[in-house]
Design a protein around this ligand. Structure first.
Ligand code: COI
Length: 361
């Protein structure tokens, strides 16, 4: 039986003027809507107690398993308001499928795709006034699941909470679509073969933070990781996949080795590439090959991509040997054209030929 997410309305929602003030400049991940979706899983009863409830804090026993062993996963997707006022999600089925794969890796109970989609749709319906109207803004949705059994033994928890919160979002980077500089970390790894790199779990992001600090101390905005075994193959950034464009019109991204996140934006770009005369390629890319290509001009553009940041040009690469400017150091033409196409699909400004959009309201 599928879950129902009935609305238990927030008796103290933000006032219209408070909401308008937030929507005037939402930033990223700073403000949250009036409701959230919740459901509970227990080993005895499976998923139950699902509802849309007032947004608010959880009360957790200090022994709650997630606080000790990080048994947790999450997703990120957006709801877009089209010019005619209708609200849509983009490839939400992919997020639902990935959450099931992440749940499997973290020994959490799968939430049916139908229930995942229902939770999102009911939450957006409850908080529809929070879906921004301003261009390039959206309602960022953050579904997550975590072990809530109060127990210190190391085994999968017998009690789990699912929740989805929503946050009006402007650009992920305060600087907008300006090219970013990237530090190539060979000291720290994000994920290892057999590890959790392909799962969207908090631990992967926690592991990236020290490298992100290292990048900042080197004057870079982001970090890109090499593989954990040989430290020479390009993997991904702290929270985004990476792509390069070559003079042969190839659009190359590291192949999925099990330690790279299967990004929905990554996959969408692979699909869109031929429409731009580009050959999509998924293969191993040596860091040396990347640096040589950037040096010789064979690599003309480099960009990062993800749901939150969409596509972000990379203007400079840095490692402990030197600094390397990518192309002119400015946003590349191909990057900007692909980015525009993706946004045009998401905001309903061009035909959705791949049937990626799903109407919510
Ligand atoms: C997303 O792009 O939605 C993510 O989950 C990445 C996170 C770093 C914001």
């Amino acid at each position: 039986m599928s879950l129902q997410f009935e609305l238990r309305s927030n008796p103290k929602p933000h006032s219209e003027s408070e909401r308008d003030a937030i929507l005037a400049d939402p930033g990223f991940g700073l403000h949250f809507t009036d409701h959230m979706a919740v459901a509970t899983w227990t080993a005895a009863d499976g998923w139950h107690d699902s509802a849309i409830v007032p947004y608010g804090p959880f009360s957790l026993d200090p022994a709650t398993a997630v606080l000790h062993y990080a048994q947790q996963i999450f997703e990120g997707l957006k709801a877009y308001r089209h010019e005619d006022g209708t609200i849509w999600t983009f490839r939400a089925d992919k997020n639902a499928e990935r959450m099931i794969r992440s749940a499997h890796r973290l020994a959490l109970p799968p939430l049916d795709a139908e229930d995942f989609l229902c939770s999102i749709e009911e939450l957006v319906a409850a908080d529809v006034a929070w879906v921004p109207t301003a261009p390039e803004q959206s309602l960022y949705l953050r579904p997550f699941m975590f072990a809530t059994e109060a127990f210190l033994g190391v085994r999968p928890a017998k009690r789990v909470t699912y929740c989805c919160i929503a946050s009006p979002a402007g650009p992920y980077f305060a600087s907008g679509v300006k090219p970013v500089s990237i530090w190539i970390s060979t000291v720290y790894s994000r994920a290892a073969p057999g590890g959790t790199g392909a799962a969207k779990c908090g631990g992967n992001y926690a592991a990236s933070l020290i490298a992100q600090q290292e990048a900042a101390s080197q004057g870079c905005e982001q970090v890109v990781f090499a593989d954990a075994k040989e430290h020479c193959w390009l993997e991904e950034l702290g929270g985004m996949n990476v792509y390069l464009v070559t003079t042969d019109n190839e659009l190359i991204t590291p192949e999925l080795t099990g330690s790279i996140l299967e990004g929905v934006t990554r996959d969408s770009i692979l699909t869109l590439a031929p429409e731009f005369g580009l050959t999509p390629v998924e293969r191993r890319i040596a860091i040396d090959e990347l640096l040589e290509g950037v040096g010789s001009g064979k690599v003309t553009e480099l960009f990062a991509c993800g749901t939150a940041a969409v596509m972000t040009p990379i203007g400079t690469l840095k490692n402990d040997v030197g600094s390397y400017q990518v192309g002119s150091g400015e946003s590349g033409e191909t990057t900007l054209a692909l980015r525009q196409k993706l946004l045009d699909i998401q905001y309903g400004r061009t035909e959705d030929t791949h049937a990626w959009l799903r109407r919510i309201l």
